[in-house]
Write a protein that binds this ligand. Structure first.
Ligand code: MG
Length: 457
C-alpha cells in the first residue's frame, strides 16, 4: 500500500502560501471560503496564526463560508494542531490562515478535513476546480450562514494533550518555551505547566511583526532561547514554527538538537514501550530507521510531505496495522494516539515525559544516538523530470526506491534526488554514517547528473 503524490495547481504540500496582498489576497481567500463552503457544507471552524494579515484574510474567507450557508466557528488565534483537534472533535471541516514557517510578509490557508487531517491531493484538486468556477451561487438572505466566536475551544486542546501523560510527570523540571510570538504562546506553556513543569518563556507575547525572531525556528534565531536554557539550568528549550505544528529543541547544554535526532530519540523511547510501524518520508535520516529496527520496530516510507505521512498512518491503522508513531525530520511529529497530524505542543510534552522516564539529560540521550551526516544541495535545471528518469536508468542495477523522486540506497548511506514542484531545480540529499562517505556519494551523483543533462536534447 502506498500513497502517490499528485501535482496540484495552486496548493502545495501544506496548503496554499505566498506573499499576502500579492499572491494571497482577500479575493482569493473569499473564493477559497466559497469553494470550501460548497464542498463541505456545515459547521466550519476557522483559525489563524499571529500574522498581521490574518484578520483581513480570515474575514474574507469567513465571508465566503457564510455566503454559501455554512455556520462559521471562529476560533481566533491558535496553533494549527489545536484547530485540527477541535475540528476532529466537533466540526465538518476547518480552515487555518497561516504561512507556517515563512517570513512575516507571507500568509496562506491550510484546509482541514472533518477527521482533523489536512486535505489530501484529490480533494484539493476538486477544491481548486471550484476556485476557478466563479459562478458558485451565494445563498439568499434567509439562507446565509451564521457566525459564532469560540475562543475558549483552545483549552480543550491544551487539556487533550496534557491528559495523554501521567499527572505531574514534569514536576521539578524547568523548561524554556520559545513560541516565536506565534499562537503557541497560549498553548505550549499551559500544556507544560499542566504537566507540573516550571515554565519560562522567550518571545512569549503574540505579535505578527515577529520582533524576536522569524517564524522558522532555525538555530541562528534561537540563541536567546539557548542562553535562557543555560541561565535557568533548564532541562531543555523548545521552539515552534509560526503555526506550532513543529517543535525543535535546545538541549540542557544550550546546543540545538538536529531534528532527525529529535525524531530518532522519541522513536527510541516509544519503541521501548510498543512494537510496530514508524511512518516517515523518504527524506528522513537513516538514524530513525537504525534506532527503530534496533528496538524491534519497522519503518514505512512515504513521499515527502506531512500529509502523506498522516494519511499513510491512518490507512495502516484502518487496515489493522500497529502504527505507533510518525513524522518528518524537521520537528513535525505525529502521535497517533492523540491525532493524525503534526503537533508541536504534543512533541514538547512528549520530551518532558521522555526525560522524566529515562532520568537522563537531553544532551546525554542525544549523544548515544548513531551519528549521521546529512548534506543537501540544489541544482538549477528546467529538466527535473527527465533528469530523474535518466538517473533511474543510470542506477537501474542498484537498490533504488521511487516513492518520491529517486532514492539510491547503498550500505550505510543513501542519496535522494527530487525535482521541485514549484521551482526550476532538483534537490539532492545525502545521508551517511561518515561525512567523507556522504561527500563522495554527493560528488558521484553530481557527476552522473551533469552527464545526463549534457545528453538531453
Ligand atoms: Mg508549520
Amino acid at each position: 500500500m502506498a500513497i502517490k503524490k499528485i501535482q496540484k495547481q495552486l496548493f502545495g504540500t501544506n496548503g496554499v502560501r505566498g506573499i499576502a496582498g500579492k499572491e494571497i489576497t482577500p479575493e482569493l481567500t473569499l473564493h477559497i471560503g466559497k469553494a470550501l463552503g460548497t464542498m463541505r457544507p456545515g459547521q466550519i471552524a476557522v483559525g489563524r496564526d499571529t500574522r498581521t494579515t490574518g484578520p483581513v484574510l480570515a474575514n474574507a474567507l469567513k465571508a465566503g463560508l457564510l455566503a454559501t450557508g455554512c455556520e462559521v466557528i471562529d476560533c481566533g488565534i491558535l496553533p494549527t494542531p489545536a484547530l485540527q483537534y477541535i475540528v476532529k472533535e466537533h466540526y465538518d471541516g476547518g480552515a487555518m490562515i497561516t504561512a507556517s514557517h515563512n517570513p512575516p510578509e507571507y500568509n496562506g490557508v491550510k484546509i482541514i478535513e472533518p477527521d482533523g487531517t489536512e486535505m489530501g491531493d484529490e480533494e484539493t484538486i476538486r477544491l481548486e476546480e471550484l476556485l476557478s468556477d466563479h459562478s458558485i451561487p451565494v445563498r439568499p438572505w434567509n439562507q446565509v450562514g451564521t457566525e459564532v466566536t469560540a475562543l475558549h475551544l483552545v483549552d480543550e486542546y491544551i487539556h487533550a494533550v496534557a491528559s495523554q501523560f501521567e499527572e505531574n510527570i514534569g514536576r521539578g523540571m524547568t523548561i524554556v518555551v520559545d513560541p516565536g510570538s506565534g499562537p503557541a504562546c497560549q498553548t505550549t506553556p499551559a500544556i507544560l505547566q499542566a504537566l507540573g513543569c516550571r515554565v519560562l518563556t522567550i518571545n512569549g507575547v503574540m505579535d505578527g511583526t515577529f520582533p524576536g525572531r522569524l517564524p522558522e525556528p532555525s538555530p541562528e534565531g534561537l540563541e536567546g532561547l539557548a542562553a535562557l536554557v543555560l541561565a535557568s539550568h533548564a532541562a531543555f528549550g523548545v521552539a515552534h514554527d509560526g503555526d506550532a505544528d513543529r517543535a525543535v529543541f535546545i538541549d540542557n547544554k544550550g546546543v540545538f538538537v538536529e531534528e532527525n535526532d529529535e525524531f530518532a530519540l522519541i522513536v527510541q523511547h516509544i519503541c521501548k514501550n510498543a512494537k510496530g510501524i514508524i511512518v516517515t518520508p523518504v527524506s528522513t535520516s537513516q538514524v530513525v530507521e537504525l534506532v527503530a529496527v534496533a528496538a524491534g520496530c519497522t519503518v514505512q516510507y512515504t513521499p515527502v510531505g506531512s500529509i502523506y505521512v498522516a494519511r499513510t498512518m491512518r490507512q495502516l491503522v484502518e487496515t489493522g496495522n500497529p502504527v505507533i508513531f510518525g513524522g518528518e525530520g524537521n520537528g513535525g511529529l505525529i502521535f497517533p494516539n492523540h491525532q493524525f497530524c503534526r503537533d508541536g505542543g504534543m512533541t514538547a510534552a512528549a520530551m518532558v515525559s521522555l526525560l522524566a522516564e529515562t532520568g537522563k539529560s537531553l544532551s546525554s540521550l542525544i549523544g548515544q544516538l548513531p551519528k549521521r551526516y546529512m548534506i543537501k544541495e540544489k541544482i538549477s535545471t528546467t529538466h527535473g523530470a527527465q533528469l530523474i528518469e535518466g538517473l533511474g536508468k543510470y542506477y537501474e542495477g542498484e537498490s533504488v526506491d521511487h516513492t518520491d523522486g529517486l532514492k539510491i540506497k547503498r550500505h550505510k548511506k543513501w542519496a535522494l534526488i527530487r525535482a521541485s514542484g514549484t521551482e526550476p531545480l532538483v534537490r539532492i540529499m545525502v545521508d551517511a554514517a561518515e561525512r567523507d562517505a556522504g561527500l563522495d556519494l554527493l560528488s558521484e551523483i553530481k557527476t552522473s547528473v551533469s552527464e545526463i543533462l549534457d545528453e538531453l536534447p
